[in-house]
Design a protein around this ligand. Structure first.
Ligand code: FAD
Length: 338
């Protein structure tokens, strides 16, 4: 029998700590619960899958059915001398998964240490950090289709991964519940030090001497020094994506702002750090009541107390406008606004 909770407070389930209610909520502890809900016609509209709530902004109460992702478990499905295929259920906590793989000496996701979400949400925006993205290690995933009630398999290619995006943020948005993900990990890992601060941290060693455990520990250290811990200061990580602009616009900006940081992309576009743009507008550390830009990291918007989702959205739009006014660059939200 399915237990449907009504007017369920989501404050512990979103890292902005917003006191919003879900009209209805069901804990998804197995895929059978999804099949049951489908049979009862409960998955027709206004459905929201909620995992850890670390990439979501609720602008008000959610007037529908929240499916709270609690699908635990993982298993090695293929193993040989070189690789491991690990199938992980969607409700596993990402930082614990990284810890587990590092402890086993399986390389591949150590650069993504401490991204504070669950495994099922990781493909949604193709999570990434310190030179690695989910797409680099994901083989396939399984997802429950709300329209058909069938669990489908998506290959890496099917997911159409891009920078902080996938098919689940576009055509398939809110149409599937990702139930598990298969990762390809390596037993004789070579570390990835392509991210400058990591290369710098290990410059005294030859790359072959650096272990995945050391990389994971270093990433954890750098992150802790830069990013506010949502358990202490409510936030959802980077609020904005780094904008990608075309060559002409980049050269115009470069004429005016000689030191503009930039990352040339393969298709002749340029990625510009949104944090730099925000900082140049004098907004780093800016505060309006209980909402503010974090003092150390301009990409992060913080709820210092009792800000509402609406306050946070208004503030985020203000930042967007200011950046556009100065640079004619449109920032996009990385956080999912609900
Ligand atoms: C301090 C901090 C640092 C962060 N650093 C990074 C970083 O370095 N890199 C990075 O990429 N992100 C980062 N994030 C963002 C966030 O942690 C990731 O996007 C994470 O994958 C979100 O997971 P979640 O479980 O919290 O998802 P939620 O916030 O619960 O959900 C996010 C979106 O995915 C959908 N969703 C969730 N689970 C499922 C599922 N099983 N099936 C279908 N849809 C689903 C939700 O409906 C929602 O639209 C950071 C966040 C914080 C707070």
């Amino acid at each position: 029998m399915i237990i449907i909770k009504e007017d369920f407070c989501l404050a512990p389930f979103n890292t902005f700590g917003l006191e919003v209610l879900a009209y209805e909520l069901v804990m998804i502890t197995s895929t059978e619960v999804l099949h049951e809900l489908f049979k009862e016609g409960k998955l027709k509209e206004n459905i929201l899958v909620l995992s850890k709530g670390s990439n979501i902004l609720f602008t008000g109460h959610f007037n529908g059915l929240v499916l709270l992702n609690q699908l635990w478990g993982k298993e090695v499905i293929v193993e040989n001398d070189e690789t491991i295929l690990l199938k992980v259920n969607a409700g596993e906590f990402w930082p614990s998964l990284v810890e587990y793989t590092v402890e086993n000496g399986w390389g591949g996701i150590e650069n993504m240490t401490d991204i504070p979400g669950k495994v099922g949400a990781a493909p949604i925006q193709n999570i990434g950090a310190y030179g690695t993205e989910l797409k680099d290690v994901m083989v396939s995933l399984e997802a429950f289709n709300f329209n058909t009630g069938i669990i489908e398999t998506f290959t890496n290619e099917d997911c159409k991964f891009g920078y902080r995006s996938s098919i689940f943020k576009n055509d398939h948005m809110h149409k599937y519940f990702i139930t598990s993900v298969v990762f390809k990990l390596t037993k004789n890992p070579t570390v990835n030090l392509s991210y400058k601060p990591l290369a710098e941290a290990f410059k005294h060693k030859h790359i072959s001497e650096v272990t995945i455990a050391e990389v994971s520990a270093k990433v954890a250290e750098i992150r802790a020094s830069k990013l506010p811990n949502p358990e202490k200061l409510k936030n959802a990580g980077s609020f904005f994506k780094n904008p990608v602009i075309d060559m002409a616009q980049f050269h115009n900006l470069k004429l005016k702002y000689e030191t503009i940081p930039n990352y040339p992309q393969k298709d002749s576009t340029y990625k510009i750090p949104a944090g730099w743009l925000i900082e140049q507008c004098g907004l780093k550390g800016k505060r309006d009541g209980d909402v503010g830009v974090h003092e150390k990291q301009a990409l992060v918007i913080v709820n210092y107390g009792d800000a509402t989702g609406y306050d946070i959205l208004k503030f985020a739009n203000y930042i967007k406008d200011k950046v556009f006014e100065k640079f004619k660059v449109r920032l996009e939200f990385e956080v999912n606004v609900i």
